[in-house]
Design a binder for this molecule. Structure first.
Ligand code: SF4
Length: 294
């Protein structure tokens, strides 16, 4: 079987930075004999999370009841109030918030300082969305952003008249929000508000992966998407490929290639493989090696 790799694969630079910082934290915690924590799940990939846990990193959601140590802020960022709670409890924070995510948070803060209204378009419950909703003004007051997770939410916001038609509005979108849905919501909001400004678009790294996956789908009989089940950009890749009508298989790692699936895949003469931005190249290579033997 011919196995074709996507042109854009492996970690995005934000995740890569988090992994490097996580290694630094583990080393520092060993040198300084301090506990080591990630604040929230390190990245959306269970193999990588398990690896760092085996090295001594503990996943934490709050500082309550924990012995202070080194705490890593992951690429998605965290609400500022949570950051303060860790600092006030004596933890040493290592920040690996992706600069693109941090810029979105800064845009919200500056817009609110100037008196503009702010809208966040994001996946409900996603760590980055929660972080953006937790942006504060310099005096510690939380910015009261409006959250839109779907076209229904956008319609509801327009119809409710919670924001006036001519209000100054700044919009920030979560970096891995589906591009197509974002564009539809963007077009709609522009018909409702005359002074609305969109400060960003979903991250270029996510879009580049999506485009490369579509190219792969056009060149192969089926596409395998490798990545965490809880990874929004991995799920987005699978959705985009599925829309082309090509068979798409979502797996987390090589262990998911069981006998039944391998038998099904062996019917294809070519298979493409792509991955979400939090999938390590070692996992991609392990999948590739099995497929190449078919
Ligand atoms: S997807 Fe983009 S914004 Fe998100 S962590 Fe990666 S590089 Fe940063």
């Amino acid at each position: 079987m011919k196995v074709v790799r996507s042109k854009v694969i492996g970690y995005c630079f934000g995740v890569s930075n988090t992994i490097n910082k996580a290694e630094e934290c583990i080393q520092r915690s060993k040198d300084e004999k301090l506990p080591c924590y990630s604040i929230g799940q390190l990245i959306h990939n269970k193999d990588v999370v398990e690896h760092f846990m085996s090295e001594g990193m503990v996943n934490s959601e709050s500082p309550d009841g924990l012995e202070p140590g080194i705490a890593l802020v992951r690429a998605h960022g965290i609400p500022e109030s949570l950051w303060r709670r860790y600092e006030n409890a004596g933890f040493r924070i290592v920040d690996s918030t992706c600069p693109i995510v941090a810029k979105g948070a800064e845009t919200i803060r500056k817009a609110a300082q100037k008196g503009s209204n702010t809208i966040i378009i994001g996946v409900k419950g996603h760590a980055e969305t929660i972080g953006l909703l937790g942006v504060e003004l310099p005096d510690g007051r939380a910015v009261d952003s409006h959250l839109i997770c779907s076209m229904e939410d956008a319609r509801e916001l327009c119809v409710s008249r919670r924001l006036k038609e001519d209000s100054d509005i700044v919009v920030v979108v979560q970096t891995t929000f589906p591009e197509k849905e974002f564009q539809a919501i963007r077009r709609y909001l522009k018909t409702c508000f005359s002074k609305i400004r969109f400060s960003n678009s979903p991250c270029g790294a996510t879009e580049a992966r999506g485009k490369a996956a579509l190219e792969l789908a056009s060149q192969t009989d089926a596409v395998i998407v490798i990545g965490g089940k809880n990874s929004e950009n991995t799920r987005g890749l699978a959705r985009r490929v599925a829309e082309t009508g090509k068979p798409v298989y979502s797996i987390e790692n090589d262990k998911d290639l069981d006998e039944r699936l391998l038998e099904e895949l062996s019917a294809y003469s070519s298979v493409g493989i792509c991955s979400g931005s939090s999938t390590p190249t070692s996992t991609i290579r392990a999948v590739e090696e099995i497929l190449e033997r078919l």
